[in-house]
Design a binder for this molecule. Structure first.
Ligand SMILES: NC(=O)c1ccc[n+]([C@@H]2O[C@H](COP(=O)([O-])OP(=O)(O)OC[C@H]3O[C@@H](n4cnc5c(N)ncnc54)[C@H](O)[C@@H]3O)[C@@H](O)[C@H]2O)c1
Ligand SMILES: O=c1ccn([C@@H]2O[C@H](COP(=O)(O)OP(=O)(O)O[C@H]3O[C@H](CO)[C@@H](O)[C@H](O)[C@H]3O)[C@@H](O)[C@H]2O)c(=O)[nH]1
Length: 447
């Protein structure tokens, strides 16, 4: 089937590549000329495991192509996927300007039936706005083409995006059109063969389903972080508690890892946006607001621990930092906990020597050259001349470091672990002092 995708970010590019992989003819359109130029030259603008291979072989096979030409994009597919950004507005609500811009473009150039499919995460009621924007352009042109608007939210996780798209837990489709439903069933058939993963519903429920899923996951994390903070003050070990509660299938082991807060382009913005949606309809979403404020505080917890260790005097201290990306297997730094930590440290006069397996370029792009940030080529280099080590991201290569080297390279033998990667005895053997999250016998969680 001929498919157009607007937006070549994490969602647009992964969707385009995976749909082309199973045989569809996909044209991806983006307004960012530099990005399209790079894609045309075979360069992938983001780090996502497995993506480069699929893009290159589908481009070679002629099933995936890229353009900045809106008219060509609208003409190409009967299915028009919108996968552009919906960043937070000043008040935290979702900014829909990119979504409505695409809707207007579709109305401006469509020459027959189209299904406009919203894959971006958008507040309830957006499909009505998309429909109105398309219709307004058709009215302006004096045309009466038939079209449907569908909500088809995306649930992929960065770092595992290909796997998530190829083997989805569910494919949510919100539609009031049988014709659109049949077309979506056909598009997703290759991903739906082993069992029926498609969940059809009305459009508003589909839009809310996406926010509910992210808000539920963020709630689990903030809940565990709250338990971790309590455990520190009560002399309990949150890792034991995690295993103790996870074994109950009603709770489960997923998404109950405590840490230095959740980041990324989705949880922070979607929890906020849902809370703003709630207040827009006169409902005070107390739980959502609490999830957000627990996370805000949690992102400062590592700094508090380091500052407490140095008795509030961080001026001139050098902190080795392992992990910059908001999670492993991505170079994405959006809302990363490492950013809160670095900014807190800089304000206190400390210097950071950082290493991340993938996010160095992105860090350089965000912060530029500054005297208090040194980007190091390896995790070992980051330790040289540093006072202490802090870990923000649970990359695999940080799981079994050479502790002897860590102990000898640091001026003070202290490790602050924001992801609870180690068992305390492992570090004890090397006389390393270990501060983790929610594990320990004092309120600053020295294990
Ligand atoms: N990143 C994720 O893991 C993820 C997962 C599920 C859902 N989502 C949601 O999907 C949406 C897209 O997220 P993303 O992370 O892929 O965003 P992104 O910022 O990585 O990419 C968005 C792309 O859209 C392009 N764009 C903007 N206006 C355009 C227009 N008028 N026409 C064509 N292209 C245009 C931008 O240039 C950019 O390349 C958001 O609503 C997000 O919340 C993201
Ligand atoms: O037990 C856990 C699990 C995750 N995190 C943190 O939560 C954040 C988000 O992680 P994850 O959900 O794995 O990454 P995302 O790529 O942001 O994916 C989320 O956001 C996407 C965009 O909406 C959705 O599509 C996905 O289903 C949803 O998991 C990261 O900072 C993680 O470190 C924890 O602190 N503890």
């Amino acid at each position: 089937m001929k498919i157009t995708i607007f937006g070549t970010g994490y969602v647009g590019l992964v969707t385009g590549a995976c749909l082309a992989d199973v045989g569809h003819e996909v044209l991806c359109m983006d307004v960012d000329e530099g990005k399209i130029e790079r894609l045309k030259n075979g360069q992938i603008p983001i780090y996502e495991p497995g993506l480069a291979g699929i893009v290159s072989h589908t481009v070679e096979a002629g099933r995936l192509s890229f353009t900045t030409n809106v008219e060509e994009a609208v003409a190409h597919g009967v299915l028009q996927f919108i996968a552009v950004g919906t960043p937070p507005d000043e008040d935290g609500s979702a900014d829909l300007q990119y979504v409505t811009a695409v809707a207007r473009s579709i109305g401006q150039f469509m020459d027959g039936y189209k299904v406009v499919i919203d894959k971006s995460t958008v507040p309830v009621g957006t499909a009505d706005k998309v429909r109105a924007a398309v219709q307004a352009e058709l009215d302006r042109r004096g045309l009466d083409h038939d079209f449907d608007v569908v909500s088809n939210p995306e649930f992929l996780k960065e770092g595992a995006a290909i796997q998530d798209f190829m083997k989805p837990d569910r494919i949510v489709v919100g539609t009031d059109s049988e014709k659109a439903a049949e077309l979506l069933q056909e598009v997703y058939y290759p991903f739906n063969r082993s069992r029926d993963r498609m969940v059809f519903m009305d459009i508003r429920s589909a839009e809310l389903t996406k926010y509910a899923a992210n808000a539920m996951l963020a709630t689990k994390i903030s809940f565990m972080n709250e338990i971790a903070n309590l455990a520190e003050r009560l002399g309990a070990d949150v890792e034991a508690v995690r295993q103790g509660i996870g074994s109950d299938p009603r709770i489960g082991y997923h998404f109950i890892y405590p840490g230095c807060g959740y980041g990324g382009s989705c949880f922070p913005k979607d929890v906020q946006a849902l809370a703003r949606t709630a207040s827009g309809v006169g409902y005070d979403a107390k739980l959502l607001n609490a999830v957000e404020s627990v996370n805000y505080a949690q992102k400062h917890v590592l700094f508090d621990k380091v500052s407490h260790y140095f008795q509030g005097n961080l001026d001139g201290k050098v902190v080795a930092l392992w992990g910059l990306a908001f999670k492993p297997n991505t170079d994405d730094m959006r809302e990363a906990s490492s950013r809160t930590l670095m900014e807190d440290l800089w304000k206190a006069g400390a210097k950071v020597q950082a290493f991340d397996p993938e996010a160095m370029e992105e860090t350089q792009r965000i912060y530029g050259d500054r005297d208090d940030l040194v980007l190091c080529g390896t995790k070992e280099q980051a330790l040289k001349g540093a006072d202490v080590l802090v870990i923000c991201t649970e990359w695999k290569e940080f799981r079994s470091p050479d502790f002897e080297l860590v102990a000898s390279a640091l001026r003070e033998p202290v490790v602050f672990d924001g992801r609870n990667l180690y068992e305390p005895e492992m570090l004890d053997r090397y006389d390393l002092i270990y501060y983790a999250i929610g594990r320990g016998t004092n309120q600053f969680s020295q294990v």
